[in-house]
Design a protein around this ligand. Structure first.
Ligand code: HGY
Ligand code: MN
Ligand code: MN
Ligand code: MN
Length: 400
């Protein structure tokens, strides 16, 4: 079975026209934006043209279903607020091409999915988290984005015309192809990564409430400055984490909202995101304790109020041994000596789907290791190598 690499690349480039940023190949296609909805309508048409039955569920996860029991392939087609053209899109379009090729060859049955809000406008991998039961829909509906829009409000226009949640019992397993989003494969000039396990994540919003006041007349010692609290907190946790972390542990304050955010006003409130990731759930818990204690100390010292948003998270997961073996065998045939087994430091829908089905993932290189940025890219040869590995693995699994 040989997938059509020209058709695959053509569809991949067509998908990036939805929300094209006008900077390189970058896209702006956050979950439920007009660009995301338009891209999903186009994808649904492509699924139908491939002979699949389209079903969109109440949160906007888009499935193209084969008849009977099938392997599920896919990823997500929403992007970060500033994203690349391949993060998620690659796995969805590769799935579409494999499903199409399989139908043309008469077998095996392959279904396709594009999960919604993988990039966490509202939570962490929200669409697949709801589908898999990782979080209840009633809880997800209360989550807000950074502008205060709720998940319930964002999905309402889609939910009106949606079908039911797709029954996972019809799938035999899930395989997600993705870009690596880090430098390992590119630096080693390798073409394929077969994922061993995916890190765990914790994500929480914190708010310091101080006293909004005049920036010229308020003496420094009388201030209760919410930004100074964020700054002190950041310095303190960087020090305290050193006793707990491993070289692979990461943490990020990626979003800060100051109120009222003006040069001549001592900020009265600061709400910020705190995210941390590691392969060891105990370490994630120790970091959480440091975060909570440190934030409280900073608040008490500066006379500020402190509140915590809901703690969102996903546990570390290992990939299914049999699916992984199939990907490794296929990788060795397509790219002999130019592949490796490796962990994933990025989160993926596969983490949630692992609650329901055997899952596995394969990576292709990211040039210079760049992702979640407009200049994310991958060599065409590597994109096609990844597609070939996926096709071979799907064929081999069918023969087992
Ligand atoms: O942040 C992540 O790891 C994923 O791309 N959402
Ligand atoms: Mn992704
Ligand atoms: Mn991403
Ligand atoms: Mn290369």
């Amino acid at each position: 079975m040989t997938p059509n690499s020209e058709r695959f690349l053509s569809d991949l480039h067509q998908l990036r026209t939805f929300g094209a940023a006008g900077v390189g190949k970058g896209v702006i296609r956050p979950a439920y934006s007009d660009a995301d909805i338009a891209a999903r309508a186009w994808l649904a048409d492509r699924m139908r043209a491939a002979g699949l039955t389209v079903q969109q569920d109440p949160v906007g996860n888009l499935f193209g279903l084969a008849e009977g029991r099938s392997l599920l392939l896919g990823s997500h087609s929403d992007s970060q607020p500033e994203g690349g053209w391949l993060d998620g899109a690659l796995g969805v379009i590769a799935a579409l091409e494999i499903a199409r090729t399989c139908r043309e060859n008469g077998r095996p049955a392959v279904s396709v999915v594009s999960f919604q809000d993988e990039e966490g406008r509202f939570g962490v991998t929200t669409g697949s988290a709801v589908w898999s039961g990782q979080i209840d829909l009633s809880l997800a509906d209360t989550l807000t984005d950074h502008d205060g829009v709720t998940f319930a409000e964002a999905r309402a226009p889609l939910a009106a015309g949606a079908g039911d949640f797709v029954d996972p019992a019809q799938f035999t397993g899930f395989v997600e192809m993705h870009i690596e989003q880090g430098p390992a494969l590119d630096v080693a000039d390798e073409q394929i990564g077969v994922v061993t396990d995916i890190v765990g994540i914790r994500d929480m919003r914190l708010t310091f409430d101080g006293r909004q006041n005049h920036a010229g007349t308020t003496p420094m010692q009388l201030r209760r400055d919410a930004f100074q609290a964020v700054s002190a907190f950041n310095t303190a946790i960087n020090g305290r984490f050193q006793h707990v972390v491993s070289p692979r542990t990461v943490w990020t304050i990626g979003h800060v909202a100051l109120h009222p955010n003006a040069s001549s006003i001592v900020p009265g409130r600061a709400t910020f995101s705190m995210q941390w990731r590691d392969g060891d759930a105990d370490r994630l818990a120790r970091m959480e304790a440091i975060i909570r204690t440190t934030a409280q100390e900073v608040a008490d010292t500066g006379g500020l109020g402190l509140s915590f948003g809901p703690l969102l998270g996903l546990e570390p997961v290992a990939m299914d041994a049999a699916l992984r073996t199939a990907l490794e065998a296929a990788a060795e045939r397509v790219a002999p000596g130019r592949w490796r087994a490796m962990p994933s430091g990025a989160l993926h829908d596969a983490t949630n789907v692992a609650r329901l089905l055997p899952v596995a993932m394969l990576f292709v290189p990211s040039i210079k290791g760049i992702s979640h940025a407009f200049d994310e890219d991958t060599d065409e040869d590597d994109l096609v190598a990844g597609l070939s590995v996926l096709a071979r693995a799907v064929t081999d699994l069918d023969q087992d």
